[in-house]
Design a protein around this ligand. Structure first.
Ligand code: ZN
Length: 448
Protein backbone atom coordinates (compact mmCIF):
# COMPACT_ATOMS: atom_id res chain seq x y z
CA UNK A 1 0.00 0.00 0.00
CA UNK A 2 1.24 3.46 -0.83
CA UNK A 3 0.38 6.50 1.24
CA UNK A 4 0.59 10.19 0.43
CA UNK A 5 2.09 11.91 3.36
CA UNK A 6 0.31 14.95 4.68
CA UNK A 7 -1.25 14.02 7.92
CA UNK A 8 1.16 12.09 10.04
CA UNK A 9 -1.67 10.95 12.24
CA UNK A 10 -3.37 9.39 9.27
CA UNK A 11 -0.13 7.69 8.33
CA UNK A 12 0.51 6.44 11.81
CA UNK A 13 -3.09 5.33 12.16
CA UNK A 14 -2.68 3.31 8.99
CA UNK A 15 0.54 1.89 10.32
CA UNK A 16 -1.01 0.54 13.49
CA UNK A 17 -0.98 -3.21 13.48
CA UNK A 18 0.19 -3.36 9.90
CA UNK A 19 3.95 -3.50 10.01
CA UNK A 20 5.86 -1.95 7.15
CA UNK A 21 4.27 0.69 4.95
CA UNK A 22 5.71 2.73 2.17
CA UNK A 23 5.36 6.47 2.40
CA UNK A 24 5.93 8.37 -0.81
CA UNK A 25 7.39 11.83 -0.46
CA UNK A 26 7.90 14.19 -3.34
CA UNK A 27 8.27 13.34 -7.01
CA UNK A 28 8.96 9.72 -7.77
CA UNK A 29 11.96 9.11 -9.95
CA UNK A 30 12.08 5.54 -8.93
CA UNK A 31 14.84 3.08 -9.33
CA UNK A 32 14.84 0.39 -6.73
CA UNK A 33 18.43 0.35 -5.62
CA UNK A 34 18.80 -3.35 -6.06
CA UNK A 35 18.10 -2.81 -9.76
CA UNK A 36 20.64 -3.06 -12.52
CA UNK A 37 22.08 0.42 -12.13
CA UNK A 38 23.54 -0.40 -8.80
CA UNK A 39 24.95 -3.69 -9.90
CA UNK A 40 27.14 -1.83 -12.35
CA UNK A 41 29.05 -0.56 -9.35
CA UNK A 42 29.42 -3.90 -7.66
CA UNK A 43 33.03 -4.63 -6.94
CA UNK A 44 34.86 -6.63 -4.40
CA UNK A 45 35.60 -3.35 -2.62
CA UNK A 46 31.96 -3.29 -1.52
CA UNK A 47 32.79 -5.95 0.97
CA UNK A 48 35.50 -6.72 3.37
CA UNK A 49 36.49 -3.44 5.06
CA UNK A 50 34.17 -4.18 7.93
CA UNK A 51 34.16 -7.63 9.46
CA UNK A 52 31.32 -9.68 8.08
CA UNK A 53 28.39 -10.37 10.33
CA UNK A 54 25.03 -11.94 9.82
CA UNK A 55 22.26 -9.46 9.24
CA UNK A 56 19.91 -9.94 12.12
CA UNK A 57 16.27 -9.50 11.27
CA UNK A 58 14.98 -6.99 13.74
CA UNK A 59 11.35 -7.23 12.65
CA UNK A 60 10.25 -9.48 15.49
CA UNK A 61 12.01 -7.36 18.08
CA UNK A 62 10.41 -4.20 16.68
CA UNK A 63 6.93 -5.61 16.77
CA UNK A 64 7.38 -6.60 20.40
CA UNK A 65 8.43 -3.04 21.27
CA UNK A 66 5.42 -1.43 19.59
CA UNK A 67 7.59 0.21 16.97
CA UNK A 68 6.04 1.52 13.78
CA UNK A 69 8.32 1.08 10.79
CA UNK A 70 7.99 3.70 8.07
CA UNK A 71 9.76 3.15 4.77
CA UNK A 72 10.30 6.37 2.89
CA UNK A 73 11.15 6.40 -0.78
CA UNK A 74 13.42 9.36 -1.50
CA UNK A 75 12.06 11.74 -4.12
CA UNK A 76 13.97 14.10 -6.41
CA UNK A 77 15.41 16.97 -4.37
CA UNK A 78 14.64 15.37 -1.02
CA UNK A 79 17.02 15.95 1.86
CA UNK A 80 17.01 14.23 5.20
CA UNK A 81 15.82 17.44 6.80
CA UNK A 82 12.87 17.68 4.45
CA UNK A 83 11.94 14.08 5.20
CA UNK A 84 12.25 14.67 8.97
CA UNK A 85 9.96 17.70 8.65
CA UNK A 86 7.36 15.77 6.68
CA UNK A 87 7.41 12.94 9.17
CA UNK A 88 7.24 15.53 11.99
CA UNK A 89 10.31 14.06 13.60
CA UNK A 90 12.53 16.06 15.92
CA UNK A 91 15.05 18.28 14.13
CA UNK A 92 17.11 18.24 17.32
CA UNK A 93 17.47 14.50 16.82
CA UNK A 94 18.56 15.14 13.25
CA UNK A 95 21.17 17.65 14.38
CA UNK A 96 22.41 15.14 16.93
CA UNK A 97 22.64 12.42 14.26
CA UNK A 98 24.63 14.71 12.03
CA UNK A 99 27.07 15.55 14.79
CA UNK A 100 28.07 11.90 15.23
CA UNK A 101 31.50 11.09 13.78
CA UNK A 102 31.36 9.71 10.21
CA UNK A 103 27.59 9.71 10.20
CA UNK A 104 27.07 12.92 8.29
CA UNK A 105 28.75 11.56 5.16
CA UNK A 106 26.74 8.34 5.41
CA UNK A 107 23.45 10.24 5.56
CA UNK A 108 24.05 13.02 3.06
CA UNK A 109 23.34 12.98 -0.66
CA UNK A 110 20.24 10.80 -0.77
CA UNK A 111 19.53 9.13 -4.09
CA UNK A 112 16.05 9.49 -5.60
CA UNK A 113 14.35 6.11 -5.47
CA UNK A 114 16.27 4.75 -2.51
CA UNK A 115 14.46 3.66 0.65
CA UNK A 116 15.05 4.92 4.16
CA UNK A 117 13.58 2.95 7.00
CA UNK A 118 12.48 4.80 10.12
CA UNK A 119 11.50 3.11 13.37
CA UNK A 120 9.13 5.42 15.25
CA UNK A 121 7.67 5.00 18.73
CA UNK A 122 5.49 7.60 20.45
CA UNK A 123 6.31 10.19 17.74
CA UNK A 124 9.99 9.73 18.43
CA UNK A 125 12.71 8.40 16.13
CA UNK A 126 14.07 5.15 17.55
CA UNK A 127 15.87 3.59 14.62
CA UNK A 128 16.99 4.62 11.15
CA UNK A 129 18.36 2.37 8.42
CA UNK A 130 19.89 3.22 5.09
CA UNK A 131 21.37 0.79 2.61
CA UNK A 132 24.82 2.16 1.77
CA UNK A 133 25.71 -0.39 -0.87
CA UNK A 134 24.31 -3.75 -1.93
CA UNK A 135 26.22 -5.35 0.95
CA UNK A 136 26.23 -2.64 3.65
CA UNK A 137 23.42 -1.23 5.73
CA UNK A 138 23.82 1.72 8.08
CA UNK A 139 21.87 1.13 11.29
CA UNK A 140 21.20 3.91 13.79
CA UNK A 141 19.60 3.13 17.17
CA UNK A 142 18.54 5.45 19.95
CA UNK A 143 20.25 4.63 23.25
CA UNK A 144 20.60 6.23 26.68
CA UNK A 145 23.22 8.76 25.59
CA UNK A 146 21.70 9.62 22.20
CA UNK A 147 22.24 7.49 19.13
CA UNK A 148 24.53 4.56 18.40
CA UNK A 149 25.44 3.60 14.87
CA UNK A 150 26.88 0.56 13.14
CA UNK A 151 27.35 -0.67 9.61
CA UNK A 152 25.87 -4.10 9.12
CA UNK A 153 27.57 -6.14 6.44
CA UNK A 154 25.56 -8.67 4.55
CA UNK A 155 28.06 -10.17 2.16
CA UNK A 156 27.24 -10.84 -1.44
CA UNK A 157 27.62 -14.36 -2.70
CA UNK A 158 29.41 -14.75 -6.02
CA UNK A 159 29.22 -17.77 -8.22
CA UNK A 160 31.04 -18.22 -11.48
CA UNK A 161 28.94 -19.08 -14.48
CA UNK A 162 29.51 -19.55 -18.15
CA UNK A 163 26.73 -19.24 -20.66
CA UNK A 164 26.27 -18.70 -24.36
CA UNK A 165 23.83 -17.05 -26.74
CA UNK A 166 23.16 -16.75 -30.45
CA UNK A 167 21.86 -13.63 -32.12
CA UNK A 168 18.59 -13.97 -33.98
CA UNK A 169 17.35 -10.38 -33.91
CA UNK A 170 19.48 -8.40 -31.46
CA UNK A 171 22.19 -8.66 -28.85
CA UNK A 172 19.64 -7.84 -26.13
CA UNK A 173 17.29 -10.62 -27.23
CA UNK A 174 20.19 -13.12 -27.35
CA UNK A 175 21.32 -12.07 -23.87
CA UNK A 176 17.79 -12.35 -22.50
CA UNK A 177 17.43 -15.83 -24.02
CA UNK A 178 20.64 -16.78 -22.20
CA UNK A 179 19.22 -15.49 -18.91
CA UNK A 180 21.38 -12.34 -18.92
CA UNK A 181 20.32 -8.76 -18.30
CA UNK A 182 20.39 -5.87 -20.80
CA UNK A 183 23.12 -4.47 -18.63
CA UNK A 184 25.37 -7.44 -19.30
CA UNK A 185 24.55 -7.21 -23.03
CA UNK A 186 25.67 -3.56 -22.96
CA UNK A 187 28.84 -4.49 -21.12
CA UNK A 188 29.67 -7.05 -23.81
CA UNK A 189 29.13 -4.36 -26.47
CA UNK A 190 31.32 -1.95 -24.48
CA UNK A 191 34.16 -4.47 -24.13
CA UNK A 192 34.29 -4.97 -27.91
CA UNK A 193 33.33 -1.43 -28.96
CA UNK A 194 36.76 -0.81 -30.50
CA UNK A 195 36.62 -3.93 -32.69
CA UNK A 196 33.00 -4.57 -33.51
CA UNK A 197 30.51 -2.04 -34.79
CA UNK A 198 27.45 -3.10 -32.82
CA UNK A 199 25.26 -0.79 -34.90
CA UNK A 200 26.09 -2.13 -38.34
CA UNK A 201 28.17 -5.32 -38.07
CA UNK A 202 25.93 -7.57 -35.98
CA UNK A 203 24.06 -10.22 -37.94
CA UNK A 204 21.91 -13.28 -37.23
CA UNK A 205 24.09 -16.25 -36.35
CA UNK A 206 26.65 -14.16 -34.47
CA UNK A 207 27.19 -15.74 -31.07
CA UNK A 208 28.87 -15.20 -27.75
CA UNK A 209 30.01 -17.07 -24.68
CA UNK A 210 30.51 -15.21 -21.44
CA UNK A 211 32.08 -16.25 -18.13
CA UNK A 212 30.81 -13.99 -15.39
CA UNK A 213 29.93 -13.66 -11.72
CA UNK A 214 26.38 -14.34 -10.67
CA UNK A 215 25.62 -12.31 -7.57
CA UNK A 216 23.15 -13.15 -4.85
CA UNK A 217 22.47 -12.27 -1.26
CA UNK A 218 20.85 -14.60 1.26
CA UNK A 219 20.21 -16.95 -1.65
CA UNK A 220 18.27 -14.29 -3.56
CA UNK A 221 19.73 -13.51 -7.01
CA UNK A 222 20.67 -9.84 -7.46
CA UNK A 223 22.01 -10.01 -11.00
CA UNK A 224 25.31 -10.29 -12.77
CA UNK A 225 28.63 -8.94 -11.55
CA UNK A 226 31.87 -8.65 -13.46
CA UNK A 227 32.42 -10.29 -16.83
CA UNK A 228 35.66 -12.27 -16.44
CA UNK A 229 36.00 -13.45 -20.02
CA UNK A 230 33.91 -13.20 -23.16
CA UNK A 231 34.08 -14.40 -26.73
CA UNK A 232 32.03 -12.82 -29.49
CA UNK A 233 31.94 -14.43 -32.94
CA UNK A 234 31.01 -11.72 -35.46
CA UNK A 235 30.43 -12.81 -39.05
CA UNK A 236 32.52 -15.93 -38.37
CA UNK A 237 35.42 -14.05 -36.82
CA UNK A 238 36.03 -14.70 -33.10
CA UNK A 239 37.02 -11.90 -30.71
CA UNK A 240 38.01 -12.78 -27.16
CA UNK A 241 38.51 -10.64 -24.07
CA UNK A 242 40.08 -11.54 -20.71
CA UNK A 243 39.63 -9.38 -17.63
CA UNK A 244 42.98 -8.67 -15.97
CA UNK A 245 44.28 -6.14 -13.48
CA UNK A 246 47.90 -5.08 -14.15
CA UNK A 247 49.73 -4.09 -10.93
CA UNK A 248 48.69 -0.63 -9.79
CA UNK A 249 46.07 -0.21 -12.51
CA UNK A 250 42.33 -0.66 -12.96
CA UNK A 251 41.14 -4.03 -14.25
CA UNK A 252 40.62 -3.95 -17.99
CA UNK A 253 40.20 -6.34 -20.90
CA UNK A 254 42.95 -7.86 -23.02
CA UNK A 255 43.11 -10.23 -25.96
CA UNK A 256 44.36 -13.78 -25.15
CA UNK A 257 47.88 -12.72 -26.21
CA UNK A 258 47.86 -9.72 -23.87
CA UNK A 259 47.04 -6.86 -26.27
CA UNK A 260 44.69 -4.16 -25.09
CA UNK A 261 41.17 -4.13 -26.54
CA UNK A 262 41.18 -0.36 -26.25
CA UNK A 263 42.09 1.49 -29.40
CA UNK A 264 42.69 5.08 -30.44
CA UNK A 265 39.30 5.15 -32.23
CA UNK A 266 35.86 3.75 -31.49
CA UNK A 267 34.44 1.52 -34.19
CA UNK A 268 31.07 3.31 -34.04
CA UNK A 269 30.69 6.90 -32.80
CA UNK A 270 27.20 6.47 -31.31
CA UNK A 271 24.98 4.03 -29.46
CA UNK A 272 23.88 1.20 -31.66
CA UNK A 273 20.34 1.29 -33.11
CA UNK A 274 19.82 -0.02 -36.62
CA UNK A 275 21.53 -0.46 -39.96
CA UNK A 276 21.24 1.99 -42.82
CA UNK A 277 23.83 2.59 -45.53
CA UNK A 278 27.36 1.15 -45.49
CA UNK A 279 30.56 2.53 -47.00
CA UNK A 280 30.12 2.26 -50.80
CA UNK A 281 31.98 4.19 -53.46
CA UNK A 282 29.27 3.47 -56.10
CA UNK A 283 26.07 4.17 -54.26
CA UNK A 284 23.12 5.88 -55.97
CA UNK A 285 22.57 8.98 -53.90
CA UNK A 286 19.03 8.89 -52.51
CA UNK A 287 18.48 12.64 -52.86
CA UNK A 288 20.52 13.47 -55.97
CA UNK A 289 19.51 10.13 -57.63
CA UNK A 290 22.84 9.60 -59.31
CA UNK A 291 25.93 7.54 -58.61
CA UNK A 292 28.01 9.39 -56.11
CA UNK A 293 30.71 7.92 -53.90
CA UNK A 294 29.59 7.43 -50.34
CA UNK A 295 32.78 8.08 -48.45
CA UNK A 296 31.51 7.23 -45.02
CA UNK A 297 29.04 5.21 -43.01
CA UNK A 298 25.46 6.21 -42.24
CA UNK A 299 23.99 5.35 -38.87
CA UNK A 300 20.23 5.67 -38.80
CA UNK A 301 19.23 6.77 -35.32
CA UNK A 302 16.51 8.87 -33.73
CA UNK A 303 17.02 12.63 -33.80
CA UNK A 304 18.84 13.66 -30.66
CA UNK A 305 20.87 10.44 -30.25
CA UNK A 306 24.22 11.55 -28.78
CA UNK A 307 27.20 11.41 -31.13
CA UNK A 308 30.56 10.66 -29.51
CA UNK A 309 34.09 11.57 -30.60
CA UNK A 310 35.56 8.39 -32.08
CA UNK A 311 39.01 9.36 -30.84
CA UNK A 312 40.77 12.03 -28.81
CA UNK A 313 41.85 15.12 -30.69
CA UNK A 314 40.93 18.70 -31.48
CA UNK A 315 37.93 20.31 -33.12
CA UNK A 316 38.97 21.28 -36.68
CA UNK A 317 35.59 22.59 -37.81
CA UNK A 318 32.17 23.09 -36.30
CA UNK A 319 29.35 24.68 -38.29
CA UNK A 320 27.33 24.38 -41.52
CA UNK A 321 28.85 22.94 -44.69
CA UNK A 322 26.67 22.32 -47.80
CA UNK A 323 25.23 18.80 -48.05
CA UNK A 324 26.74 17.83 -44.68
CA UNK A 325 24.45 20.28 -42.92
CA UNK A 326 25.61 20.84 -39.36
CA UNK A 327 28.98 19.09 -39.22
CA UNK A 328 31.85 18.53 -36.77
CA UNK A 329 35.37 17.65 -37.97
CA UNK A 330 37.98 16.38 -35.56
CA UNK A 331 41.75 16.22 -36.05
CA UNK A 332 43.61 13.32 -34.38
CA UNK A 333 47.13 11.94 -34.07
CA UNK A 334 48.84 10.36 -37.12
CA UNK A 335 47.01 12.76 -39.48
CA UNK A 336 43.66 11.08 -38.95
CA UNK A 337 40.53 13.16 -39.36
CA UNK A 338 36.93 12.19 -38.52
CA UNK A 339 33.75 13.88 -39.79
CA UNK A 340 30.24 13.81 -38.30
CA UNK A 341 27.47 15.16 -40.57
CA UNK A 342 23.71 15.94 -40.62
CA UNK A 343 23.71 16.82 -36.89
CA UNK A 344 20.64 18.45 -35.38
CA UNK A 345 22.81 20.43 -32.97
CA UNK A 346 26.28 20.58 -31.47
CA UNK A 347 27.39 19.88 -27.92
CA UNK A 348 26.97 23.07 -25.89
CA UNK A 349 29.88 25.47 -26.31
CA UNK A 350 31.79 23.30 -28.82
CA UNK A 351 34.18 25.45 -30.85
CA UNK A 352 37.16 25.19 -33.19
CA UNK A 353 40.40 24.30 -31.40
CA UNK A 354 38.69 22.60 -28.42
CA UNK A 355 40.44 19.52 -27.07
CA UNK A 356 38.16 16.46 -27.15
CA UNK A 357 38.49 13.05 -25.48
CA UNK A 358 37.45 9.74 -26.97
CA UNK A 359 33.78 9.05 -26.23
CA UNK A 360 32.97 12.69 -25.38
CA UNK A 361 29.63 13.88 -26.79
CA UNK A 362 30.19 16.38 -29.63
CA UNK A 363 26.68 16.65 -31.07
CA UNK A 364 23.33 14.98 -31.72
CA UNK A 365 21.89 13.02 -34.64
CA UNK A 366 19.71 15.04 -37.01
CA UNK A 367 18.90 15.42 -40.71
CA UNK A 368 20.41 18.78 -41.66
CA UNK A 369 21.89 19.15 -45.16
CA UNK A 370 21.20 16.51 -47.84
CA UNK A 371 19.52 13.77 -45.83
CA UNK A 372 16.30 11.82 -46.38
CA UNK A 373 15.94 10.81 -42.76
CA UNK A 374 17.64 11.26 -39.41
CA UNK A 375 21.09 9.70 -39.45
CA UNK A 376 24.72 10.33 -38.65
CA UNK A 377 27.09 10.45 -41.61
CA UNK A 378 30.53 9.42 -40.36
CA UNK A 379 33.84 9.64 -42.25
CA UNK A 380 37.35 8.51 -41.34
CA UNK A 381 40.28 9.99 -43.26
CA UNK A 382 43.92 8.96 -42.99
CA UNK A 383 46.37 11.50 -44.48
CA UNK A 384 43.49 13.01 -46.44
CA UNK A 385 42.28 9.68 -47.91
CA UNK A 386 38.81 8.34 -47.08
CA UNK A 387 38.93 4.90 -45.41
CA UNK A 388 36.05 2.54 -44.61
CA UNK A 389 35.40 3.32 -40.92
CA UNK A 390 34.15 -0.23 -40.38
CA UNK A 391 37.28 -1.92 -41.73
CA UNK A 392 40.22 0.43 -41.13
CA UNK A 393 42.92 -1.01 -38.82
CA UNK A 394 42.98 1.00 -35.59
CA UNK A 395 46.07 1.53 -33.41
CA UNK A 396 45.80 -0.14 -29.98
CA UNK A 397 46.41 0.99 -26.40
CA UNK A 398 49.12 -0.37 -24.03
CA UNK A 399 49.41 -4.21 -23.81
CA UNK A 400 49.93 -6.22 -20.61
CA UNK A 401 53.32 -5.02 -19.26
CA UNK A 402 55.95 -7.67 -20.20
CA UNK A 403 56.98 -8.44 -16.57
CA UNK A 404 53.34 -9.33 -15.84
CA UNK A 405 52.79 -11.61 -18.81
CA UNK A 406 53.43 -14.78 -16.78
CA UNK A 407 50.73 -13.82 -14.28
CA UNK A 408 48.40 -12.80 -17.12
CA UNK A 409 48.80 -16.25 -18.73
CA UNK A 410 47.99 -17.92 -15.43
CA UNK A 411 44.79 -15.90 -15.12
CA UNK A 412 43.90 -16.30 -18.78
CA UNK A 413 44.36 -20.07 -19.15
CA UNK A 414 41.33 -21.25 -17.11
CA UNK A 415 39.23 -18.35 -18.48
CA UNK A 416 40.01 -19.32 -22.05
CA UNK A 417 39.19 -22.93 -21.17
CA UNK A 418 35.81 -21.77 -19.82
CA UNK A 419 35.12 -19.96 -23.10
CA UNK A 420 36.01 -23.05 -25.08
CA UNK A 421 34.05 -25.58 -23.05
CA UNK A 422 31.67 -23.67 -20.77
CA UNK A 423 33.30 -25.50 -17.85
CA UNK A 424 34.17 -23.18 -14.96
CA UNK A 425 35.51 -25.84 -12.57
CA UNK A 426 39.18 -24.98 -13.25
CA UNK A 427 38.34 -21.36 -12.50
CA UNK A 428 36.66 -22.21 -9.24
CA UNK A 429 39.81 -24.08 -8.18
CA UNK A 430 41.92 -21.03 -9.07
CA UNK A 431 39.78 -18.59 -7.07
CA UNK A 432 41.09 -17.16 -3.84
CA UNK A 433 40.15 -19.55 -1.01
CA UNK A 434 38.59 -16.67 0.98
CA UNK A 435 35.46 -16.49 -1.14
CA UNK A 436 35.52 -19.82 -2.88
CA UNK A 437 32.01 -20.67 -4.05
CA UNK A 438 30.55 -24.02 -3.22
CA UNK A 439 31.28 -26.14 -6.33
CA UNK A 440 27.85 -27.69 -6.03
CA UNK A 441 26.23 -24.32 -6.75
CA UNK A 442 28.37 -23.56 -9.80
CA UNK A 443 26.64 -24.13 -13.09
CA UNK A 444 27.68 -27.09 -15.16
CA UNK A 445 28.10 -26.59 -18.92
CA UNK A 446 24.83 -25.67 -20.55
CA UNK A 447 23.02 -25.49 -17.22
CA UNK A 448 21.76 -22.01 -18.02
ZN1 ZN B 1 26.22 9.40 -45.56
Amino acid sequence: MTLEIGSKNRVLAALKGRGVQIVVIGVLAVTWWRGEEWLTDLTRADEGTVAAQKLVSAEAARAALGLATVEVMVGAGDTLERIFRKLELSLTDLAQLRSLPDLRAKLDRLKPGEMLRFGVKDDELVTLERQLSPSETLSVQRDDSGFATEVIVNPLERELRSTEGTIRSSLFQAAADAGLSDNTALRIANIFQWDIDFVLDIQPGDRFRVTYEKISQDGEPLGEGDILAVEFVNQGKPYRAIRFQPNGEEPTYFTPDGKSLRKAFLRAPLEFTRVSSRFNLYRRHPVLNRIRAHRGVDYAAPIGTPVRAAGSGRVRFVGNKGGYGKVVELEHINQVRTVYGHLSRFARGLSTGDRISQGEIIGYVGMTGLATGPHLHYEYLSRGVHMDPQKVALPTDMPVPPPQMARFREVAAPLLASLATGDVSALVAAQAPADKPDPATVATPGAL
